[in-house]
Ligand binder design. Structure first.
Ligand code: MIC
Ligand code: SF4
Length: 639
């Protein structure tokens, strides 16, 4: 039987297990990427592994998240990361060079290889046929140390694209349509592989917008074939050597197929506060907008920004709207400057923000109280923008530009202006002077690591005994995100290298008393609903609860990366055998979990006097070992 693209890449990298859907497998990792907000912790863990130099083909450390530098914390972290990169043979992309996913796609990604990144939007690389996955920092550290990546053999969902997008409809509308069909939990355990005649009508930036935001489906990753379009892109990046053809065999099959006719799509949006609350723009036309933000790893390519520039050209944004634009990379910024796009934006009244994550992760440009902000980003979770009362609407760059021009939600087709025709460049600006290349091994050994006072030592979990006893610290609803568990933003993000400090903010948006209660009650349990831990890859959402004494989390279901992070840090994840039992536990209840046999735990609700069947979410022998060792760090260092 023929293989699809996903199966081909996995087969070429398989080091353990059978390629049977759902079975535990391990694959070799060719490339890794980290960003500063997860990177500091990942490199502290890598250091603790005692390896002399990274063992991957290529590892890159980016600085793009924490760039406000409101105090010593961020610059200290940057200096730490730069010295670590020099010491261990890692490329270092300096602050200002751009968002990790955009830069990686431009300068490093390779079709047919595997990429593991400590950021959930690593699947951006799927746009050029890379099997690119997000993971916790510890898993990325292990990959840098030469260990394989453990996952479940994904179910491959084939997305058949037919037709061609019509003017003012773009890649963002495609992924919003997939989200409408599949929801934020519909992709857990799946890879979304795009195929069909519509594929060749999409350029690389469009493909990577789609694979990037596939993260919002909870998917393991998303991938496109590597074809002539990919070749032209890599050639224009001066990287023709990196190209390789990659297509599904003619006889390949998929576990499930969905079909999207590109010609029938309309401009779409995701309404507050979830990326799957999809509606047509025309159904909310006229809604007043206070702010528009264009950028993020989803929609900040040269093509996207030139499209916006052409819509803004010769127009002025009204006084009621503030427009912020953050170019995805220094390459994009320099090219929109050279081609005149930047000046159209400036003349229209746009605020040009730094090349970085910026407002996407609440690092500045927060919307006003109760404001409506339209963003070309990928997540609109409550509070993530920095303003809890704001409504974040996710949309394409075209729809964002239309809202900026009119001050209200507007279907861009109703503007009555001609659609921009942006040609893909024949040659991108490939000035890599903001990327520091690795030192030769002999020189690298002499580098000393710079460690500022914000970089606190690592914390480890204790090995569990035969019983976990404690109270229910919190009971949450469905679709709790890692932004709920461990918020980011301008106040908290700078503390990412400082576990004791960052722990104070755990569940702050859900229950500001959580950290205090966890300390007073000496730790305990968290109860969750469906798709617990969706969103970001931040392992701090496991590490900080561990630090506060959370020993086990019992839910209806988990998101993939967060589940792996819990296990990595020795927190036992369990699901209810019968989802209705969720209703029989309340905050404050005393629970006793007998784990003498880790495969058959017994949960007793001592407060209410009954036993509940629960299922440990440990899918391999390795997962069991990790929990029994009190986490991966203990296991890796034999403690
Ligand atoms: C995000 O978009 O939520 C982030 C910030 O990029 C995270 C990583 C982090 O929390 O540092 C992600 O997506 O993994
Ligand atoms: Fe940065 Fe936002 Fe992309 Fe996360 S989703 S990597 S915060 S731009």
């Amino acid at each position: 039987m023929g293989l699809n693209v996903t199966q081909k890449i996995i087969k070429a990298h398989l080091v353990e297990g059978k390629m049977k859907t759902g079975a535990p497998i391990a694959i070799r990792i060719d490339q890794t990427l980290t960003q500063d907000a997860t990177g500091t912790m990942a490199y502290l863990q890598f250091e603790a592994m005692g390896v002399d130099r990274v063992k991957t083909d290529l590892s890159v450390s980016y600085v793009d998240h924490n760039m406000l530098q409101t105090g010593f914390e961020n610059p200290d972290d940057h200096a730490f990361l730069q010295s670590i990169a020099a010491r261990y043979g890692i490329y270092f992309s300096r602050p200002g060079n751009g968002i990790c996913h955009q830069v990686h796609l431009e300068r490093f990604g390779q079709p047919g290889t595997t990429l593991l990144g400590s950021d959930s939007h690593t699947p951006t690389g799927g746009g050029i046929g890379q099997l690119a996955m997000g993971a916790g920092g510890l898993d990325v550290a292990l990959a840098m140390a030469g260990q394989p990546f453990f996952l479940k053999m994904p179910k491959v969902v084939g997305v058949k694209l037919t037709g061609r997008l019509t003017p003012f409809v773009s890649a963002k509308d495609v992924i919003l349509e997939v989200l409408r069909l599949k929801t934020v939990k519909g992709g857990v355990g799946c890879v979304f592989e795009y195929f069909g005649p519509g594929v060749e009508t999409l350029d690389v930036p469009a493909r990577s917008t789609i694979t990037n935001m596939g993260a919002e489906l909870g998917a393991t990753t998303s991938v496109f074939p590597s074809d002539r379009v990919t070749k032209d892109f890599l050639k224009a990046q001066g990287r023709a050597d990196s190209w390789k053809k990659l297509a599904a065999d003619k006889s390949a099959t998929y576990d499930e197929v969905i079909e999207i006719d590109l010609s029938s799509l309309e401009p779409l949006v995701a309404m507050p506060h979830m990326p799957d609350k999809v509606q047509r723009v025309k159904d909310i036309a006229g809604l007043k907008v206070q702010q528009v933000a264009i950028g993020s790893c989803t929609n900040s390519s040269y093509k996207d920004l030139m499209t916006v520039a052409s819509m803004l050209d010769g127009r002025q944004i009204p006084p009621s709207v503030s427009l912020g634009i953050s170019p995805g990379s220094r390459q994009v910024l320099s090219m929109i400057a050279a081609s005149g796009g930047l000046s159209s934006m400036i003349k229209a009244g746009a605020r040009i923000l730094e090349s970085g994550c910026g407002p996407c992760i609440g690092m500045g440009f927060a919307p006003p109280t109760g404001g409506v902000t339209v963003r070309s980003f990928n997540r609109n979770f409550e509070g993530r923008s920095g303003t809890k009362s704001a409504s974040v609407i996710l949309a394409s760059p075209e729809t964002c530009a239309a809202a900026a021009i009119t001050g209200v939600m507007t279907d861009p087709r109703a503007l009555g202006i001609p659609a921009a025709v942006v040609k893909m460049p024949k040659k991108y600006n490939s000035d890599d002077s903001m990327i520091i290349t690795p030192l030769a091994p002999e020189k690298a050994k002499k580098v000393s690591i710079i460690r500022g006072p914000n970089i606190a030592p690592l914390a480890r979990a204790e090995r569990p005994g035969s019983e976990i006893y404690g109270r229910v610290l919190l009971k949450t609803g469905d679709n709790i995100t890692t932004d709920h568990i461990m918020p980011a933003g301008a106040k908290v993000l700078p503390l990412r290298s400082n576990l004791p400090k960052i722990s104070e903010f755990v569940f702050e948006a859900v229950d500001p008393e959580f950290a205090k209660r966890a300390k007073e009650w000496g730790g305990g349990f968290v109860i969750g609903g469906e798709n617990y831990g969706q969103g970001s890859s931040r392992e701090h959402a496991a590490l900080a609860p561990m630090f506060l004494g959370v020993k086990a989390v019992i839910t209806k279901s988990f998101a993939r990366i967060h589940l792996a992070n819990l296990i990595n840090f020795g927190i036992l994840p369990l699901t209810f055998k019968d989802a209705k039992d969720y209703d029989r536990i309340e905050q404050g209840d005393e629970l006793a979990l007998d784990i003498a046999n880790i495969d058959r735990p017994q949960l007793e609700n001592k407060t209410r006097g009954f036993k509940i069947p629960v299922v440990p979410q440990l899918s391999s022998g390795r997962d069991r070992e990790l929990i029994l060792a009190g986490g991966a760090l203990n296991l890796a260092s034999g403690k």
